[in-house]
Design a protein around this ligand. Structure first.
Ligand code: HEM
Length: 205
């Protein structure tokens, strides 16, 4: 009995210590630029850029592995030049956009408790998949442009498969944060900014 109570108080004290440490880290990393509004401003550019890369990449994939029931304008070589050029240019722009987005939300990654419930655990897992694939896609794409393959897997198959994981995880991410996105989309920059703890919204958002 006594030891169970003792263990409980140790975990409670540990959790309280981590919670106050996480609050301190978040305050220390606070910046007037790290606002929910800024997250949405960068996020919508990132979302648009990934959507453009997904559609142009799918078109390129279907030209190389055509589906019998889906005729595509194969003679339109100029069209492919434009779609593939757009894919590479917008895909390269993803790197600075991603770094900007991760910089803005960085303090949120220290939130404690890290997992609050089963739905929250699933959301964190899909966020981890989103960040990993969002970094992998432009990096492998740029290495492919350089014709440098420091890996054993097939670039095309992996790039294609990860694109689906990325689009799925991004859809979940947008759905989870939709109320925050809608609120911050048209907000004046000044209304969502405060020097101490600029990120707004419920912890779930
Ligand atoms: C591949 C693209 C993206 C990546 C890697 C990414 C990454 C992240 C990360 C790591 C967080 C912090 C989550 C947390 O710890 O609670 C976050 C939050 C957020 N993201 Fe994204 N995101 C992406 C796309 C988007 C898009 C397209 C939007 C829509 C505009 C968006 C809107 C938001 C919002 C509103 C938040 C919460 C900000 C807050 O609570 O202040 N994200 N994102």
């Amino acid at each position: 009995m006594g030891s169970a109570g003792g263990t409980g108080s140790i975990t409670e004290r540990l959790s309280a210590a981590l919670e106050s440490r996480s609050a301190r880290v978040q305050r220390a990393l606070g910046s007037p630029l790290r606002t929910t509004r800024m997250t949405v401003v960068v996020g919508r550019l990132l979302g648009a850029a990934f959507a453009i890369c997904f559609v142009t990449g799918l078109y390129s994939h279907l030209l190389q592995d055509p589906l019998p029931w889906l005729p595509l304008p194969v003679a339109a070589t100029h069209l492919y030049g434009w779609t593939q050029g757009t894919h590479v240019v917008v895909g390269s722009a993803l790197i600075p956009l991603l770094l900007a987005k991760l910089w803005v939300v960085f303090p949120k990654l220290f939130a404690w408790p890290a997992v609050r419930s089963l739905p929250h655990l699933l959301e964190r897992a899909s966020l981890a998949a989103l960040v990993a694939t969002a970094l992998m896609e432009p990096i492998t794409g740029i290495l492919n442009v350089l014709q440098w393959y420091p890996w054993d897997f097939s670039f095309r198959r992996t790039h294609f498969a990860l694109a689906w994981v990325l689009i799925g995880a991004m859809t979940v991410h947008i759905a989870v944060h939709l109320p925050t996105i809608v609120r911050a989309w048209h907000a004046e920059p000044a209304t969502t900014s405060s020097p101490a703890g600029p990120h707004q919204g419920a912890p779930d958002e």
